[in-house]
Design a protein around this ligand. Structure first.
Ligand SMILES: [Fe+2]
Length: 409
C-alpha cells in the first residue's frame, strides 16, 4: 500500500482539497444521466417504471441484478460514452483541477440499492484496499435525490481523508475484522448530500460505504474513476488501457462512427501471441492471457491456427518479429503492453506489420492496429502509461531488467 508521505506534493494537495469528499454541481439538463438511466430500464420492458426510486415496486427482486449488469454494459454505448466524455472534459477536468490528457474508466459502475436489503450492502472500504492507485480519482453520482436528512441511509456515507488514513492504520495495526471496521468507520461517516445535478469527488483513501437503506425508496447511483497522465505511474493494479480509456481533449477529436464488422478480414492468417517478456506482462500467467484471448477471438468471430509464445528473457521479442516479419501473420496479442518497450524497436515491428498489410490485435484493451491512425491511438495510450519508463503493473519500487529479473530500484 502507498503511504501518503511518498506522494508528490501537488497530488497530495489535490487529494487534500478538491478531491477530499467534496460536493460539486453540474448542469443536469446538459448531462441527464438519470433520465438516460430511466429510459434504458423502460426499454428493457419495465414500461410502468416512471421513477427510479420505485424500482423495487416494478422490477421483481430476482431481476434487479440482471438489470444492473445490463446498465453497466450500456454505459459503453456510444451515446452514453459521448455524454460521459464531454462531462469529464467540461465538468470534471476544470472543477477537479485536473490536467489533460485524462483516462476515464471504460465500464462505469451502476448500482441499484433496494430498500431493506442488508445482504446487498458493501462493507466500508477505500479504493486503495481494492487495488486502485492513489492518483486515481473517484466520482459518486446519485441518480435519485438523497440530499435530504430523511434520505440519509439511502445515500453513500463517507469520511474525510485524514480521518480515513488514521482509521485504516488502526485497522491494520489491530487486525480489525469486517464487522469491527464497519462499526469503527461507520460512526465517523457522514451522508453524501447529492442528487441529479450534483456529485461527490473523492480519493482512493476516503473510507466510504453504506448503511441499510430503510427509507422505503430505491437508490440508484453511478460511480467511476478518472486518471491523469501525469500521475499514471501511480494507478497500481488499474492500469491505463484495460481499465482506463484515454479520451481526446475535445469532442471534435472523437470518432463515434460504428466499427465496420468486416474490418478484421484482411485475408491473412491470425496467430495468437503470448508473452511474459515485458514488465507489464511479466506477472500475468499465460493460461489467464489465453482465456482472454480466446474470448476475444470468439467475440470477433476470428479463428487462430496456432499459438506462439515469446522466448523467456529475450526482450528483443524474436517470436513477435518472426510472426510479423517471416510468417506475415496477424498477431493476436494479449495486450498493447506486450509490444516492445523500446520505442525505436516498437516502431520497427509496427512499420513491418503495416507494410505487410497485417492487423495487430490487443485483447485486454480491445484495440487493434491496421493503419497509422490506429497506431497513433495505441502510442497515445503507451505514452499515457509511461510504457518503457515505468514498470507497469508491478509495484512502483520494482523494475525489470532485460533478462526478466525483478529487482528493487
Ligand atoms: Fe468503493
Amino acid at each position: 500500500m502507498y503511504i501518503a508521505k511518498e506522494l508528490d506534493r501537488e497530488l497530495e494537495e489535490s487529494l487534500q482539497t478538491t478531491w477530499n469528499a467534496k460536493r460539486v454541481e453540474y448542469d443536469n439538463d446538459k448531462f441527464p444521466f438519470n433520465k438516460w438511466m430511466l429510459s434504458r430500464i423502460q426499454k428493457m420492458g419495465y414500461t410502468k417504471l416512471n421513477d427510479l426510486t420505485e424500482i423495487h415496486n416494478v422490477v421483481p427482486d430476482k431481476e434487479v441484478y440482471k438489470v444492473t449488469k445490463q446498465l453497466c454494459a450500456d454505459t459503453n454505448l456510444p451515446e452514453f460514452r459521448r455524454m460521459v466524455n464531454n462531462f469529464v472534459r467540461e465538468v470534471v477536468v476544470p472543477k477537479g483541477k485536473l490536467k489533460t490528457p485524462v483516462g476515464v474508466q471504460r465500464f462505469l459502475n451502476v448500482r441499484i440499492m433496494l430498500p431493506n436489503k442488508p445482504e446487498g450492502i458493501f462493507p466500508f472500504h477505500t479504493g486503495l484496499l481494492y487495488g486502485h492507485g492513489p492518483a486515481s480519482r473517484s466520482l459518486w453520482m446519485a441518480m435519485t435525490d438523497v440530499s435530504s436528512d430523511e434520505m440519509r441511509n439511502a445515500s453513500m456515507q463517507i469520511l474525510d481523508i485524514n480521518e480515513s488514513r488514521r482509521l485504516i492504520q488502526m485497522a491494520v495495526d489491530k487486525k480489525l475484522g469486517i464487522d469491527e471496521m464497519t462499526e469503527a468507520f461507520g460512526k465517523h461517516s457522514w451522508q453524501c448530500k447529492v442528487g441529479p445535478g450534483s456529485l461527490i469527488f473523492f480519493t482512493q483513501e476516503n473510507i466510504h460505504g453504506n448503511f441499510i437503506n430503510d427509507t422505503g425508496k430505491t437508490r440508484v447511483s453511478i460511480d467511476f474513476r478518472v486518471a491523469e497522465a501525469r500521475h499514471s505511474d501511480q494507478l497500481c493494479r488499474k492500469i491505463a488501457g484495460g481499465y482506463f480509456e484515454i479520451i481526446p481533449d475535445t469532442d471534435a477529436d472523437e470518432d463515434w462512427r460504428p466499427r465496420d464488422p468486416n474490418r478484421f478480414n484482411n485475408g491473412k492468417r491470425n496467430l495468437v501471441y503470448l508473452n511474459n517478456a515485458t514488465s507489464a506482462t511479466f506477472g500475468i500467467p499465460v493460461h489467464l492471457q489465453r482465456y482472454m484471448v480466446n474470448d476475444y477471438l470468439q467475440k470477433n468471430k476470428l479463428v487462430s491456427e496456432f499459438e506462439l509464445f515469446e522466448l523467456e528473457d529475450l526482450s528483443h521479442l524474436p517470436t513477435l518479429n518472426y510472426i510479423v516479419g517471416t510468417l506475415k501473420s496477424n498477431a493476436v496479442c494479449y495486450s498493447v503492453f506486450a509490444l516492445p518497450e523500446d520505442k525505436a524497436f516498437r516502431k520497427k515491428i509496427l512499420d513491418m506489420a503495416l507494410a505487410n498489410g497485417l492487423i495487430m490485435h490487443f485483447v485486454n484493451e480491445d484495440m487493434s492496429i491496421a493503419n497509422e491512425r490506429d497506431r497513433e491511438k495505441v502510442e497515445k495510450l503507451l505514452a499515457f502509461a509511461k510504457f518503457g519508463q515505468t514498470a507497469i503493473g508491478l509495484p512502483s519500487q520494482t523494475t525489470i531488467d532485460v533478462r526478466g529479473i525483478t529487482k528493487v530500484a
